[in-house]
Design a protein around this ligand. Structure first.
Ligand code: GLC
Length: 538
């Protein structure tokens, strides 16, 4: 199918900069480290990299607490490093997508400090959501909203008012009904696009606007359902203005049409619909491969849902990211992702690791065979498992502290990458990494996997190579192939001449008719063993 914009069938690689590669030996990954590994990414065969926040930040939430939207955290490099990164990536035909964090800033942001200093009723406070409390002396929060990280969504300041933070107390929510806030972010968007960013990943794109009356949450409101603070109708008009900014950049030459991909979590897929109306954000993630159980019928229904909604070009596919447990561990559980899953994985430790790895390999072939665009989170191509034994005192995710340790949080998928079999930090850093790497991490390293045709990395490299070459892959549609009496089979055809087949059950499933096995996640001779997928030519 003819693609008009690069992002419609792009494979984007998500870099968590603090955990990717460290150049200066302080145990924290940085932009020069990433620059030094661009050949690795080009060799993998991705079209773009998305960088999670690399801006100055007190790190209350891994950098999603931004204290300066137009600068590079000195621990991660300089603006010259960012510019060089864009240039060096472009030399390899790779684009750079930056993370825009508009729902909240850091409590260290100068405008929030000014709001604290200026006091109740001031212009400065109007940029945030400050209110008086309830009850005698205003000692109770203004309403019953809870932070997604646990605990109340309100913190009281010295003069007695409270401010809203849907996440950590170090992340005050902006007031999106304030014209200055809108103007500030329009400047930030232009700032990064002017520097050569090919697009934005929009953090918490289903948040931002809050009902100005701040009504209590009615009991039992489903998570991520439309509410007084999620999926507000005002978002549509805002995103149309952002789209106009994106479209004002010339699309004719590299990096091509600018994109923005919204992070929108939803209760039901239909909640995504308003975001996908014409003229809004070019893309929003669909999290169906994360939310679905490892079961053929569930996955087929999830895929059909996305295809009938908008397709994978506007709603890219993703197996994991820095917020959810690694697929190689998650898929062991036969259940879709829920926020309490990390705790169950910690209890399970590495038991069942082989099943998880087998399924993650099959899932990778599914991801890359589906119509549209796909995102890969760093380390997925190495089959990294969730690290479940991080000591409590080494955990950094605010979810851990805010839930009094009940939720282990997201550190287990953020452990720095292993580049080498051995040596300090397994090639990540000369110093002990900011999150400890487990023993045996070197077995997953790029060095250990590179020469091994059976490795995860070789599977990803080969899949990405075939995806670039095969005319059926990328954007387009699919046709399901039914395997009567084989409920564990997940098979579809893509034209011209491509068939995907997977076995998600416990007994072998015969391969559908084909000419040649192009690639398989495990042995595929006549039949597919359990939890195995294959790409076939028809
Ligand atoms: C998004 C980010 C997550 C962060 C949260 C608050 O969900 O992906 O990492 O904690 O927003 O910014």
């Amino acid at each position: 199918m003819a693609v008009t914009k690069w992002w419609e069938d792009a494979v984007v690689y998500q870099v968590y900069p603090r955990s990717f590669a460290d150049s200066d030996g302080d145990g924290v990954g940085d932009l020069p480290g990433l620059r030094s590994r661009l050949d690795y990414l080009a060799g993998l065969g991705v079209d773009a990299v998305w960088l999670t926040p690399f801006y100055p930040s007190p790190l209350a939430d891994g950098g999603y607490d931004v204290s300066d939207y137009r600068a590079v955290d000195p621990r991660l490099g300089t603006m010259a490093d960012f510019d060089a990164l864009v240039k060096e990536a472009a030399a390899r035909r790779m684009r750079v997508i930056v993370d825009l964090v508009p729902n909240h800033c850091s409590s260290a942001h100068p405008l929030f400090r000014a709001a604290l200093a200026a006091g109740p009723g001031s212009r400065e406070r109007a940029r945030f959501i400050f209110r008086d409390g309830r009850g005698p002396g205003g000692e109770l929060p203004p309403n019953n909203w809870a932070s997604s990280f646990g605990g109340p969504a309100w913190t009281r300041v010295a003069d007695g008012q409270w401010y809203l933070h849907l996440f950590d107390a170090g992340q005050p929510d902006w007031n999106w009904h304030d014209a200055e806030v809108r103007a500030l972010f329009e400047d930030v968007i232009r700032f990064w696009l002017d520097r050569g960013a090919a697009g934005l990943r929009v953090d918490v794109a289903w948040g931002l606007f809050k009902d100005p009356d701040l009504p209590d949450d009615p009991g039992g409101i489903p998570r991520d359902a439309p509410s007084a603070y999620h999926h507000r109708p005002e978002l549509r008009e805002l995103y149309r203005t952002w789209r106009a900014i994106l479209d004002s950049y010339p699309a004719g030459e590299f990096p091509g049409a600018r994109t923005a991909v919204g992070e929108v979590w939803y209760d039901a897929l239909g909640t995504l619909r308003p975001y996908l109306l014409p003229g809004g954000l070019p893309q929003v993630f669909n999290f169906e491969l994360i939310l679905s159980r490892w079961q053929a019928g569930a996955l087929r229904a999830a895929i059909d849902g996305v295809l009938s909604l908008a397709g994978g070009s506007r709603a890219p596919w993703v197996l994991g990211n820095h917020d959810v447990p690694r697929p190689a561990s998650r898929y062991r559980l036969d259940e879709g992702f829920t926020p309490d899953m990390a705790a169950r994985l910690v209890a399970l430790g590495q038991r069942g690791a082989e099943v998880g790895a087998r399924r993650a390999r099959a899932a990778a072939l599914l991801l890359l065979a589906l119509p549209g665009s796909a995102y890969i989170y760093q380390g997925e191509e190495l089959g990294l498992p969730e690290v479940t034994d991080i000591p409590d005192d080494a955990r950094r995710d605010p979810q851990f502290a805010r839930s009094a340790g009940r939720r282990p949080g997201r550190d287990g998928c953020r452990v720095p990458l292993p580049w080498a079999r051995g040596g300090p930090g397994f090639g990540f850093s000369a110093a002990p990494p900011w999150l400890p790497q487990p023993d045996g991490w070197g077995d997953y390293s790029v060095e250990a996997q590179s020469g091994d045709p059976g490795s995860f990395l070789s599977l990803y490299r080969e899949a990405l190579r075939l995806r670039r070459e095969h005319p059926a892959l990328g954007a387009g549609g699919l046709r399901w192939i039914d395997q009567p009496g084989r409920p564990a089979a997940l098979c579809f055809a893509r034209e011209p001449g491509f068939v995907f087949a997977a076995n998600l059950g416990g007994a072998p499933v015969p391969l559908p008719p084909h000419r040649q096995v192009l690639l398989a996640s495990g042995p595929a001779r006549g039949a597919l063993p359990p939890d195995t997928a294959a790409w076939l030519s028809a």
